[in-house]
Design a protein around this ligand. Structure first.
Ligand code: FMN
Length: 192
């Protein structure tokens, strides 16, 4: 069996009908077989408070989240844009994973960012604010191709499936490029 890279998928929307999650699912559907994806949920994470890390037992949700991310080789972030930035829930997940100091679960994991919006700009502001955090987290983030998916509502049908072959092909390019990026940058051993 060929080696598979384990990729955590972190989606920055908690909404049931999230366009961002739909796009992430469609990207996963066209990814090469060398990538195995695990959705890591962030909606149940208590807000980060360092006092809780300083006590003996941090919240169980944090412990589980950190373990899940730690056991993967790379991270695919899919984010909506809130007020020209990433949603607070995603920033909270990033903060939770980054602590305690010196034990960040993000460290050195290759990352890719897909931003999604029903608007025309495709979440550019969220995409780049997220990238700013990835620099500090020491995550090699794929620079190109960039993925700003605009007009998302028009690209998806009522079942959350893409209506546009052009966008599907674009997502295929993104995940194929990400697979190469992981090959070049991953420092953890490949899982089989
Ligand atoms: C608090 C809030 C702020 C928003 N700010 C932006 C924004 O800055 N840019 C944008 O394109 N859309 C913005 N939107 C609209 C979102 O793109 C839209 O709600 C989208 O459906 C959210 O992604 P989702 O479908 O994955 O949940 C905002 C929505 C909310 C709730």
């Amino acid at each position: 069996m060929s080696a598979k890279w384990q990729v955590a998928v972190v989606v920055g929307s908690l909404r049931k009908g999230s366009y961002t999650r739909m796009i992430a699912d469609e990207a996963i559907a066209v990814a090469p077989s060398t990538l195995a994806f695990t959705s890591v949920e962030i909606g149940n994470l208590p807000l980060y408070n360092q006092d809780l890390d300083d006590q003996k037992t941090p919240p169980a949700e944090w412990v589980m989240f950190r373990e899940r991310v730690r056991s993967t080789d790379a991270v695919l972030f899919a984010t909506p844009e809130y007020n020209r930035s990433m949603p607070g829930v995603l920033k909270n997940a990033i903060d939770v994973g980054s602590r305690p100091y010196g034990q960040s679960v993000w460290d050195k994991k290759p990352a890719a960012v897909i931003s999604v919006s029903p608007g025309a700009i495709g979440g550019f502001g969220a995409n780049h604010h997220l990238r700013q955090s990835l620099v500090f987290l020491n995550m090699p983030a794929m620079q190109a191709p960039e993925a700003y998916i605009g007009n998302a509502a028009k690209l998806l049908d009522s079942n959350g499936k893409l209506t546009s072959d052009t966008t599907r092909q674009f997502l295929r390019t993104i995940v194929e490029s990400f697979a190469s990026w992981i090959e070049r940058n991953a420092t953890s051993p490949a899982h089989t």
